[in-house]
Design a protein around this ligand. Structure first.
Ligand SMILES: [Fe+2]
Ligand SMILES: [Fe+2]
Length: 283
């Protein structure tokens, strides 16, 4: 029996958290999902994650949380990064950076799945090592018994993401992109059997500029003057992709995009987890 893995793109603020809470359990049941991986680097007020929010999304049914350039925006998460096998940061950061770059978890069917995260180097603010070499190292580190592997490649440039898909083709089961907050229409199975999509899009308010209030971003872009980029609240969607993977070979059999519309959010921030809006600098 193949396993079905759902990946979810950058969960943004309270709107993103609420739509995951409201829609994920049904989605998992309807689509017979065996494992859920979600990038939650924007869940705390738009940048970063707290321990409280990590435990919340775990309770909603997210099995593994991945993070990107906003990994350390809320230092509250550091103890969880150091102690939990259910949350990972990009593997190609400094060897001294808190947390782990990969993990192995079991599905309810007892299948071991290796999950790792990487961050791109093109148009990204966070200095990092070569993600291609880091991917090779991570794959060599997984025990031989781990046939199914999933990579969250958190990067800005489509070229770097597509290149990573081909670099890992036949060696990783599922390579999905995050960070741009805009879903792409290129989901496919690559030649050697890797399920790939450049970006699954954000899980958050789409009546916005990448999750932030459009009036604020426009004001900044048209005047050059600083404006705080508060999280938006409307047209909330959960975006991701589901890949079906043969658990004996690790090859992907299918991939489909997922987009579930939710309610408009009742507010942009979770009271105890938002420490004020941030100002630009990439998602
Ligand atoms: Fe990001
Ligand atoms: Fe993001």
């Amino acid at each position: 029996m193949p396993i079905r893995i759902l990946v979810i793109g950058d969960i943004v603020g309270r709107p993103g958290r609420q739509v995951v809470c409201a829609k994920l359990p049904n989605l998992v049941r309807e689509k017979k999902v065996d494992l859920v991986i979600a990038n939650a680097e924007n869940i705390a007020g738009g940048s970063g994650i707290t321990q409280n929010l990590f435990h919340k999304v775990r309770a909603y049914g997210v099995d593994v949380v991945t993070l990107g350039d906003h990994v350390y925006r809320k230092l509250d998460i550091v103890p969880a990064l150091q102690s939990s096998e259910r949350i990972i940061r990009p593997a190609n950061l400094s060897t001294q950076a808190a947390g782990r770059g990969f993990t192995v978890v079991q599905t309810s069917k007892g299948v071991s799945v290796g999950v790792f995260a990487l961050i791109g180097r093109i148009y990204m603010n966070l200095p990092s090592d070569d993600p291609f070499a880091a991917a090779d190292r991570v794959l060599q580190t997984f025990p031989r018994a781990v046939k199914v592997t999933v990579c969250d490649f958190h990067a800005e440039a489509s070229s770097e993401k597509v290149a990573m898909g081909h670099h890992l083709d036949g060696r990783a089961s599922f390579v999905f992109g995050t960070h741009t907050h805009v879903p792409t229409a290129d989901a496919k199975i690559l030649q050697a059997g890797t399920a790939f999509i450049s970006d699954v899009g954000m899980t958050g308010p789409y009546d916005s500029v990448l999750g932030r209030r459009k009036d604020r971003v426009l004001k900044h872009m048209t005047t050059n003057m600083p404006h705080s980029f508060d999280v938006a609240t409307n047209d909330v969607r959960l975006c991701g992709a589901i890949a079906e993977i043969d658990e004996t070979t690790g090859r992907a059999l299918s991939i489909e995009r997922v987009e579930v519309a939710g309610e408009n959010a009742d507010g942009p921030y979770d009271s105890d987890d938002a420490r004020g809006p941030s100002q630009g600098g990439g998602e």
